[in-house]
Design a protein around this ligand. Structure first.
Ligand SMILES: Cc1ncc(C[n+]2csc(CCOP(=O)(O)OP(=O)(O)O)c2C)c(N)n1
Ligand SMILES: [Mg+2]
Length: 599
């Protein structure tokens, strides 16, 4: 009998390959032993690409971006101690956004634990609150089993990040891979974890359908779970059957085409049809979205206090958080929608016609896009941010990808850009934790996954420099995309909120950036393409030149620092002690009033 001896790193790569991993988002250190086997056919038959970054934080963002772009678990790897503490900033966003990522990192050798060994930092306690699992594998022969466990935990139920630490001695130790414990871990991946979520309770689903069909002003809020469960087709089918407008939330963007007559845009009171219509709905079907502060914890001006709520979520604990739910359904969104379609078909005898409510929604959607068109045609210098957004929207093809990053820049992009398909428009956060700086690494993973498509990052100037240096990574790995910086020379959302909340003289205190900074020249320093744009009519030609350059490119667009978004007005409320009292209705009226003033 041939006994093959393999070290821990080989077993890790073999297990990753068995899980279907094709790329490692990484920065080197004592994890480099893993790299050696990524192209070794005995470990990874088709090979695993190594995309190496300039800061560990970016590896986590890229792993997130890879999931968004492909639906496959992203894998990052960084070295022990400081490598992992540098990785940390990206992990809570994946946690908040329910994005499965597996981080396989090294640690001090076990035999040196607690001896002040080089790079010894006990990272597990700080990762535990923001991961589904974080811990060590102490035994070389069990590494494949632990890799499988990491994928199983990250990708099933409500997805999220996992941190697997491999002590250096466990990684270099050799073991006989004919051992049963090793062999058992290499079953086909379909047998190692579940790929389908559960259906909902039949009684609850029937109740939900009855409620929705009887409603006068129903709305569907299609959240992250709708997108991640791949339920776009079922969603549209059910919405058409029952004639219910569909609003989107979080990473639910793109689950319904913007030209569809039931398209509602963002299901948020931020701006758009949501501002005037969402709180008028009498029955709301929440699909895979958590009820967060961004929804005003489930009350006005998001949902009417008298509205009936149906919540579908894969995680039972989520249902009923912050607001009582009339019909709770624990299920995978795709599964629940499949059931709803079946039940609705038994109850609807003839095609339902468009209700006055649907017509009302359509009129509001049109009104909103007419307003955007008007703001977007503004010719003034400095450039109106809405003009920039409109130029991007008009330039990008429907099959392109846009990633948003920044404060007000993200708000402009979310309200003004149309998502044409699931995961075509996403951002560095999920309506929960809005972490600045993920844009460029997410774009790297997107371009890697869709090399033939146009990828664009629209970012604030402040946010860009968190990870802007990763254009070096994009250049080295020949992954060209265009970064458009809305350069208002400010940490704008903060600066403008300071003015709205506290008065003109506080505008930009501690939140100003330099007029002299030239991001186009920064691009050139990395051997990439750069342009400065001050004239709105130059945006479109600059975009064309940037994409045609075939290089990672930065367009530094000088935008007007004085234009507020609704978020700047809402920030005022955060300082208003009244809002901390339990006067939900009163607060709602104030917020609605602020939005009216803005218009
Ligand atoms: C990592 C991180 N640091 C700080 C903040 C707080 N913050 C929210 S918006 C914002 C300003 C962003 O400025 P910029 O990227 O230039 O976008 P703009 O608002 O100017 O469009 C800041 C600092 C945050 N959300 N995330
Ligand atoms: Mg800015």
């Amino acid at each position: 009998m041939i006994i093959i001896i393999q070290n821990g790193a080989q077993l890790i790569v073999k297990a990753l390959s068995n899980q279907g991993v094709k790329v490692l988002w990484t920065l080197c250190g004592d994890n480099d032993l893993i790299y050696n086997y990524c192209h070794d056919q005995s470990c990874a038959e088709t090979g695993i690409d190594i995309i190496d970054f300039r800061h560990e934080q970016a590896t986590g963002h890229a792993a997130m971006g890879y999931y968004l772009a492909t639906g496959k678990v992203g894998v990052c790897s960084v070295q022990s101690g400081p490598g992992i503490t540098d990785l940390f900033p990206s992990i809570p966003i994946a946690w908040d956004a329910s994005i499965p990522i597996v981080s396989i990192c090294t640690s001090t050798p076990m035999m040196n634990f607690e001896k002040l060994a080089a790079n010894e930092i006990d990272v597990v306690p700080s990762f535990r609150p923001v991961t589904k699992w974080a811990g060590y594998c102490y035994e070389t022969a069990r590494l494949p089993e632990y890799v499988n466990m990491a994928f199983r935990i990250a990708s099933t139920g409500r997805p999220g990040p996992v941190l697997l630490l491999v002590p250096f001695d466990v990684m270099v130790k050799e073991c006989d891979d004919e051992l049963a414990i090793v062999q058992q871990a290499f079953k086909p991946v379909k047998k190692l974890r579940a790929f389908h979520g559960p259906y909902g309770n039949e009684k609850m689903v029937t109740q939900a359908v009855d409620l929705l069909l009887k409603a006068e002003r129903p709305i569907i809020m299609a959240g992250t779970g709708t997108n991640f469960s791949g339920a776009s087709k079922e969603l549209v089918e059910f919405a058409e059957l029952a004639q219910i407008p569909v609003g989107m939330w979080g990473y639910g963007l793109g689950v319904i085409h913007p030209d569809h007559p039931l398209y509602f845009g963002l299901a948020s009171p931020l701006d758009g049809p949501g501002t005037s219509m969402l709180h008028k709905a009498d029955v709301i079907l929440i699909l895979g979205a958590r009820i967060t502060e961004m929804m005003n914890f489930g009350y006005m001006p998001c949902f009417n206090d008298d509205a009936k709520l149906i919540q579908v979520d894969i995680k039972a604990e989520e249902i009923g958080r912050n607001r009582a739910i009339d019909v709770p359904i624990v299920a995978d969104v795709k599964g629940a929608l499949t059931q709803m379609i079946k039940i609705a078909k038994t109850k609807i005898n003839s095609l339902r016609s468009e209700s006055p409510w649907v017509k009302n929604v359509q009129a509001e959607v049109k009104k909103f896009y007419d307003r955007l068109e008007k703001d977007g045609s503004n010719d003034k210098v400095p450039i109106h941010p809405q003009r920039l957004v409109k130029e991007i929207g008009d330039f990008m093809p429907e099959d392109g990808f846009i990633i948003l990053d920044g404060g007000d820049t993200t708000v402009w992009g979310l309200t003004g850009l149309k998502p044409y398909f699931p995961k075509s428009l996403y951002f560095s956060g999920s309506f929960g934790i809005q972490h600045l700086g993920g844009g460029v690494p997410i774009a790297i993973a997107t371009k890697y996954s869709h090399p033939e498509k146009k990828v664009l990052v629209l970012t604030g100037d402040g946010s860009f420099l968190f990870n802007g240096k990763e254009i070096d990574t994009a250049r080295r790995h020949d992954l060209p995309f265009v970064v458009v910086i809305s350069n208002d020379r400010l940490w704008g959302m903060v600066a403008r909120s300071q003015k709205v909340a506290h008065g003109r003289k506080f505008f930009g205190v501690g939140s100003s950036l330099s007029d002299e900074t030239r991001y186009d020249k920064y691009a050139e320093a990395f051997n990439c393409y750069g342009e400065l744009v001050v004239d709105p009519n130059e945006i479109r030609p600059a975009l064309k030149r940037a994409f045609d350059s075939g290089l990672p490119a930065i367009i530094d667009v000088r935008t007007n620092p004085k234009i507020n978004t609704v978020m700047d007005y809402m920030a005022k409320e955060a300082y208003n002690p009244k809002t901390w009292k339990r006067e939900v209705k009163k607060k709602a009226e104030e917020v609605v009033e602020v939005i009216t003033v803005k218009k």
